[in-house]
Ligand binder design. Sequence first.
Ligand code: X2N
Length: 514
Amino acid sequence: YLIIGYSLCGSKFCIQSNYNKMAVPAETTSFPPLLTIVFGFAAAVVAILFLLKKKRPEDSPPTANLGIPFIGNYIEFAKNPVKFIETGLNNYGEVFTVQMLHKNLTFLLGTEAATPFFSLPDDKMSQSEVYGFMTPVFGKGIVYDAEPKKRSQQMQCVGQGLRSNRLKAYVPKIEKETIEYLKKWGEKGEVNLLDALSELTILTSSRCLHGDDVRENLFAEVARIYHDLDKGVTPISFFFPYAPIEAHRRRDSARQEMIDIFSKVIRQRRESGDNQESRSDILQMYIDFQYKEDGKGLTDEEIVGLLIALLFAGQHSSTITSTWTAMLLLHNPEELKKVIKEQEEIYGGDINKIGKDSIDFDKVASMNALQNAAKESLRMYPPLIMLMRMALDDVETTVKGKKYVIPKGDIVFTSPAVTSRMDSLFPNANSFIPDRFNDAKQSAAFLGFGGGRHQCLGQQFGLLQVKTILSILFRNFALESIEKEIPEPDYAAMVVGPKNRLMVRYTKLPGSVF
Ligand code: X2N
């Protein structure tokens, strides 16, 4: 880098050396073009960072080089992060470190190596440093940006709204939205499944999360604002969350708008004495929530922050999962047959006659084949292809008994996308085999919802939402994929879904509710 820096500088801009004094004509030494200065300066900074870098201890993981020197790692990572990590796994094994500019990224793949990633407490494996790029979306002091005590209480509050006894109340809400939405489809036609399920998912999320009042009076506005927030999470935001770009300006004003809208709703609800009985949505839970220590409630900004975080978390993951699940079932007729047969058993009738029958929590809970299909889709195409932590201390891990020490300060990665395709964990990893989740070992290796200490709080809710939607869809329409191939995942996205459109042909079934 010093060489590049000097030669760039030296070519136009006289540095104090005899060589240049003689070789460069006087007029070109007078004023250096801006680009040259910038380039030279950047190169010098990088060079200094390299020179200052501490040598890593003997027992730290092997260092991988996966592209042309210096910037190759970054380029290969940005092009296709999953392929990048897979190459590392094949060439260096389940633990390796990649230097990206001045940072060390350490990858832990497979159950054994990733154990400390999932099980160590936050003061060793920390989320707040690496997920800081979400803070301008969710807001200051929300989730990853909250101090530990506050965060664990927020998480408890979030968890409560997304678990067991609460879930029963969400099924009729999801059912109502799904039927209203599918009504518009008519007798037969063609749709882009990803777009359709994206629209349907945000409608169902809004009804469960925000409640009937917001869903019925403010949905169009909330959906528009959510769109701006969502577009504010780009690969650029991941590296520079506050870069002065248009997407970030829109993101910031969208968050303010969200606060303005919901502050009014919260005030109205407080004034009219709403409570958990009158409103069975998550917003009401947050309004009534009290922190344990001081009995104080959440501020309006905190409530809105949590609502945004949940909407964001649920929107992409559920849309993507329901789309892949439907698509993979349509491309695997034997597996689709099992799912249809299960619907017929639960509803006690032919698939052509059970569209009118309503759905409830117990029915959804008994849809095991459908759930295995959804989990298998998540295994093959996890929307979160990688998860991250910052090592706040030296952290030990082992691979086949061999010990490695990850130095303090490393950014630690694991990858559900890569781990899920390891044949050692999932035999025939590239085949769609939903029944594999009846096997305890493969079930335990599943990373579609992360795992350990910070495993997904929304997993029951997400599966409930996906299963309810797909049950209603399959009982009311016969579907056929127009696409000959299953599309590739779009690894350039922050939350990874199918790259291309996914057209399906549908025909209303005779026993349909419509
Ligand atoms: C070549 C620059 O660099 O364009 F949301 F309450 C809410 C998400 C963690 C994504 C890591 C890929 C970087 C490509 C760069 C809540 C449901 C959560 C949980 C492309 C040009 C959020 C970072 C993705 C790096 C890949 C963090 C989500 N359940 N949702 N092009 O999740 O949980 C929540 C939790 C992550 C990533 C990347 C590129 C709780 C480039 C230029 C170049 N990744 N990635 N959630 N790339 N370029 C969530 C976990 C949390």
